[in-house]
Design a protein around this ligand. Structure first.
Ligand SMILES: Nc1nc(=O)c2c([nH]1)NC[C@@H]1CN(c3ccc(C(=O)N[C@@H](CCC(=O)O)C(=O)O)cc3)C=[N+]21
Length: 297
């Protein structure tokens, strides 16, 4: 089998097109547009590029974008004060504080200070709890939500009853991905660094999600024939004798593509969908805050 390549860029564009239509409808009917605040502490160049892309795509969808760039020396108290002022700002419907934060700042405390109704990352315990309770009003973390949207497209007959293996148990991807798949009635196994015979476990997966942050760790012979493979990894690897770093996923793409039915590439797979889902969560959050109906499902 030779896999079809799941076009995350196109899927993200299609979602952003729907969002733009919804935003212009809201503007016409209610005279407001959703606003997203992104907070970046420190000057990590990769993070800066990523924040710039988010700002651009937010504006392209007709939404308001508020960027707050703070120096790495910002104190925890100053950051908490900013978050609290964004919580009170009616023009701000979604708040994202870019992670990781400098070591002198307690990231969990910052997350718990964000108003759960504006927590478009879905990292607040109120939202993680709601997701694990199967509460449809939970704001769901963007990366797993994007993965689920792409998975659904691959299975017109539905994913209920399929075996899903999630490799990685992080709070931002592995755990919420597992919760979403449980809610979809998959049979879910979460694997991690202590898992015994990971290759054999992965070979049981109809749906294989790799979210470990180790370049090309998942090999081709770990993939069941006809499986759908979602590669969440975005690893920058510096090749000898080459100037620019190359982006690779957590899956050895060429090998896996020989056995999978479909697979996401890196770049151009999960990453673009993550940003589109952030915008989607912002529109959904804004509609709830204004108590208007949102036509995004
Ligand atoms: N509070 C918080 N929420 C996040 O969602 C969050 C965060 N912090 N910190 C950083 C990570 C990273 N992340 C990415 C999203 C999209 C791409 C993306 O679009 N990548 C492109 C390639 C970009 C490139 O070329 O570098 C792609 O995969 O095609 C990458 C990385 C969200 N994160």
């Amino acid at each position: 089998m030779s896999a079809s390549i799941i076009d995350g860029k196109a899927a993200a564009q299609a979602l952003r097109d729907r969002l733009a239509i919804e935003v212009s409808r809201i503007d016409a009917e209610h005279s407001w547009v959703p606003g997203l605040a992104v907070v970046l502490v420190g000057e990590d160049p990769a993070s800066q590029v990523y924040v710039r892309n988010k700002g651009k795509q937010t504006a392209e969808a007709g939404m308001r974008s508020f960027e707050h760039k703070l120096p790495a020396s910002t104190s925890e108290r100053e950051l908490l004060d900013l978050v609290e002022s964004l919580n009170r700002d009616d023009a701000v419907n979604g708040i994202l504080v870019q992670l990781p934060l400098p070591e002198h700042i307690d990231a969990q405390l910052v997350i718990e200070t964000i108003d759960p109704a504006k927590d478009v990352d879905g990292f607040h315990p109120m939202n993680t709890g709601a997701l694990s309770n199967g509460d449809p009003t939970a704001l769901v973390p963007c990366t797993p939500l994007g993965c689920l949207m792409m998975l659904r497209e691959q299975f017109p007959e539905g994913i209920a009853g399929l075996n899903a293996v999630v490799v990685g148990r992080s709070n931002i991807v592995g755990k919420p991905m597992a919760q979403l798949l449980i809610a979809e009635s998959c049979t879910v196994t979460v694997a991690h660094s202590k898992t015994r015979d990971l290759p054999a476990l992965c070979r049981t997966a109809d749906i294989l999600v790799a979210a470990v942050g180790r370049p090309e760790m998942v090999r081709g012979d770990w993939v069941k024939e006809g499986a759908v493979v979602i590669d969440v990894g975005i690893n920058r690897v510096q090749l000898e004798g080459q100037e620019k770093a190359r982006l690779v996923g957590d899956v050895a793409f060429a090998e896996a593509a020989e056995r999978a039915k479909a697979i996401t590439p890196v770049p151009g797979g999960v990453g673009p969908m993550t940003i589109a889902c952030l915008l989607r969560n912002t529109v959904v959050a804004a509609c709830r805050q204004h108590r208007v109906v949102c036509e995004l499902g």
